[in-house]
Design a protein around this ligand. Sequence first.
Ligand SMILES: [Fe+2]
Ligand SMILES: [Fe+2]
Length: 322
Amino acid sequence: MSTVVHTDRYARVIDISKRVRWEIERDVIRGRRFDYTKTFLPASLSLVDELTFLTPDQQRRLSQVQGRTYAYIFGLVERFIAAKVSDLGRTHAFGDQVAFEAMVRMTDEELKHQELFRRLEAMMAATMPPGYQMTAEPNAVAHAVLGASNWAVLALTLDIELFTQAHYRASIEPDTNLSELWKDVFLFHWKEESQHAVLDEIELQREDARLDKAGRDAAVGDLIHLVGAVDGILQAQAKADTAYFGRICGMAGHGEQMAQIEAGVLKAYRWQYIVSGVMEPRFQKVLFALLDDEQAARIQQALAPLTYAVPARPEMPLPMAA
Ligand SMILES: [Fe+2]
Ligand SMILES: [Fe+2]
């Protein structure tokens, strides 16, 4: 195992983590409640403006259903992230104490983020019509994900933590009808996720140094499998959310439009939870630097069916590396 420890980088993460530290009620929620006259997710994430047959009112409702799923999905992925970071932090316990502290702080922050998203979900559950469905259970997902190699879990985590940056950028695009509370959720979450992405990168490189070609080949297979599992969750949730939206908007009888809505919601979820991170230049730089041509091609091939899932009018995404 590599003994190289990037103490300075871990120390810088701790320093910034202390400076940006926020509290759920004091800084983010501040006594506010959700305003259902507002849009929850920006259109460049929800892609509701691509469903041109929906009225502006219906588009806003669909952004609100997606907002509820945003809280649910983040609560879900942060369950396995916190568990994995806690495990990896333990490996520093009798080594670099700075690295250990950085990982403990990250675990603590992810527990706080889970609490934030649970709070948001409960607030929406209390004020939205009944019938919303969560299709996957966080602990079941965490157990399944944590069966994969550290390398694969870290690569998936890097994707997730980098896409919060893309989501924050989307939330600051001009849109006067965007919920102020949601804008703060994107802002504050991203502030801490930026440091997490640095740790993911260091830990991924540390894991990578332990692998030979065969080990890395297997880890690439694990990563492809994990992305497929995430996509399976997104497919089920897109179906459930479309049915819920159809019921609350009285559209359930419009079969052809409902099929288009489901395809649009799935495209939005693939963009939000997979592709927006994959397209971050940092993700590609870090991941592809670890891979040989054959491994890179396997990943490109696995992602190919998903990369249609970008906004029709792309403002943020950058082209994928060849
Ligand atoms: Fe988080
Ligand atoms: Fe994080």
